[in-house]
Design a protein around this ligand. Structure first.
Ligand code: F0G
Length: 459
């Protein structure tokens, strides 16, 4: 790649602190070797998440000043609803405070009986948790290519269609509450789902009268990958692709903190007004707020309305997916293995392959994240066996299919020079990879352990 055209210039800057390696050793030890416990001001480049960490545009900030803070029926609400209806083509759009709020409202409506299964190409953690809290049983069904990090394939986020069919047949359709398509497929590396795969999944859903839900956090990046990689879509706009993709589903939940480039917000969309909407409204009023603000300020609704359009802009998307591709190309130069090709929002380093001397239950993905912080003040996180909670029945640790360290790139925040620092720092860590120590958990909560566990290095 020759260069990434960055389609913006910087109007406001925020200083970030550079610490010494010795300081960072003390800081991470004081944080019990859990990067979530670090103060953000002690981080140089923060790749913990791309969620809510993007830089809003001047147009978004201007819209915020015009936000209408009426309790009911505010102008900003209608601005958002009109924009979202036009983009997604759904009749009912419900704002909520973030993605997991939409999940919390939706799954009790979809899961009719305890023990019903919901099948996804791969659930994100909060989505999985809300299926469980609603009494459902979440099952992942990603295509086999998604679990082979060295394989370069265009749509590694796809649903495994044959296994989906077989699972529904095995369980009996009455025991299935619905199907979820996560775009992009975050947990397997920000990998996209093709239009053909969505169409095939929708055909199965229709045939069995099962609702098909899109977990749409990174819908615009997914649309851009379809444009770049799928035959027949090169000349379609990301808006047209989005409209077609959403046309195959019945419902979507969306964290607007990703592709809509806001710091807070979410949406729940229902294609046909009649179905599920009364239940959704009741749960939103009980838990989020009145339906025309859904737990957000009027100014948040206004920023979201503008951000939805900006997130679909193709010069922005070329830069956006270009950044992770650039970082991945730099990692190739220093011999770092990662989930190939780079994802939309992140590069997932295959720490299992980089640190083969560490067994899965010493958390290679976590060990690499700690090492990268010590090396250069870069914060990332484990997407591997440390992230997995214990089996609720046996209490045993569960092994993840792959041991990743995720480098999630905030939107419009870091420059190419920052990406160079990240690649160089990983190159340095690679030189002493065989000395990197594994970790042991010294205290952990029962669920979502990776956020608050305390750890120590082994040896
Ligand atoms: N779905 C997906 C695919 C996500 O990646 C996330 C959040 C959510 C739902 C939940 O949305 O955070 O707004 O409540 N992912 C963040 C991440 C936290 O770091 O990947 P939320």
């Amino acid at each position: 790649m020759k260069y990434i055209p960055e389609p913006f210039k910087i109007k406001m800057v925020e200083p970030i602190k550079v610490t010494t390696e010795e300081e960072r050793r003390g800081l991470i030890a004081a944080a019990d070797y859990n990067a979530f416990s670090l103060k953000a001001e002690d981080v140089y480049i923060d790749l913990l998440t791309d969620s809510g960490t993007g830089a809003m545009s001047d147009a978004q900030w201007a819209a915020m000043l015009m936000g209408d803070e009426s309790y009911s029926g505010g102008r900003s609400y209608y601005q958002l609803i009109d924009t979202a209806k036009e983009i997604f083509g759904y009749e009912y759009i419900q704002p909520v405070h973030q993605g997991r709020a939409a999940e919390k409202v939706l799954f009790p409506v979809l899961v009719e009986r305890p023990g019903q299964t919901v099948i996804a190409n791969t659930f994100f953690d909060t989505t999985r948790a809300h299926v469980g809290l609603a009494g459902g049983r979440p099952i992942d069904c990603v295509c086999p290519e998604g679990l082979d990090s060295a394989l370069d394939a265009p749509f590694k986020g796809n649903m495994d269609i044959a296994t989906l069919e077989a699972t529904i047949a095995d369980l009996g359709v009455d025991n299935v509450a619905g199907i979820v398509m996560t775009i992009t497929n975050n947990s397997v590396g920000g990998q996209p789902v093709s239009m053909a795969n969505m169409r095939a999944t929708a055909e199965i859903a229709r045939r069995h009268h099962l609702p098909l839900v899109i977990d749409a956090a990174r819908f615009a990046e997914n649309a851009f990958f379809i444009k770049q990689r799928e035959e027949g879509y090169a000349d379609k706009s990301t808006r047209e692709i989005t409209r077609e993709f959403f046309g195959y589903a019945d419902i979507f939940t969306m964290s607007a903190k990703k592709d809509a480039i806001t710091n807070m917000g979410g949406l729940l969309g229902v294609k046909e007004e009649g179905e599920h909407v009364p239940d959704v409204k009741s749960l939103v009023i009980a838990g989020e707020g009145y339906v025309t603000y859904g737990g957000l300020s009027g100014r948040d609704l206004a920023a979201l309305a503008v951000g939805l359009g900006e997130g679909l802009d193709e010069s922005y998307l070329a830069y956006r997916v270009g950044q992770s591709a650039y970082l991945a190309a730099r990692l190739d130069e220093v011999g770092i293995p990662y989930q190939r090709p780079a994802g939309g929002h992140a590069v997932f380093i295959d720490a299992g392959r980089l640190l083969p001397h560490l067994p899965w239950n010493q958390y290679p993905g976590h060990a690499l994240a700690v090492e990268l912080y010590v090396e250069a003040g870069i914060r990332s996180c484990d997407i591997g066996s440390f992230l997995m909670d214990r089996d609720p029945e046996t209490g045993l640790e569960q092994r993840a299919p792959l041991e990743f360290t995720r480098l999630a790139i905030p939107r419009r925040v870091y420059t190419q020079a920052h990406l160079d620092v990240i690649a160089e720092a990983l190159g340095e860590v690679n030189k002493r990879a065989d000395e990197v120590k594994g970790y042991q958990i010294i205290s952990e909560p029962k669920v979502l352990r990776h956020f608050t566990s305390k750890l120590r290095p082994i040896g």
